[in-house]
Design a protein around this ligand. Structure first.
Ligand code: ZN
Length: 104
């Protein structure tokens, strides 16, 4: 089960969140942050800016899920996944781009 299945509509967002032990929280986020993800007590918390449009929310959720799927949080080994780590940001975006292209 992965993001590719979700984008193809083979599974629901809820299915994938359950699979990764992840939960989404919609909040007002500071400094024009659209989303972020961190792990606490073996649960992934995905924070999404509640003021984003529907499509921007979807896109941001996919991006944050990519961080989980690529195991970047384990690599980074910090409670809070810093948005400033450009290497991971690019990797996550490239990964989503790859999946979307694959589905074409
Ligand atoms: Zn990110």
């Amino acid at each position: 089960m992965n993001i590719s299945n979700l984008v193809k509509g083979e599974i629901s967002q809820k299915d994938l969140l359950n699979y990764y032990n992840a939960t989404i929280i919609y909040e007002e986020l500071p400094n024009s942050i659209q989303g972020l993800v961190f792990k606490y007590d073996s649960i992934f918390f995905i924070l999404i800016d509640k003021n984003l449009s529907y499509y921007k929310k979807r896109k941001t959720i996919l991006h944050e899920l990519a961080h989980i799927e690529l195991c970047q949080l384990e690599q980074y080994d910090k409670d809070l996944f810093a948005l400033k780590v450009n290497k991971y940001e690019d990797e996550a975006d490239e990964y989503i781009k790859f999946i979307l292209n694959e589905i074409g």
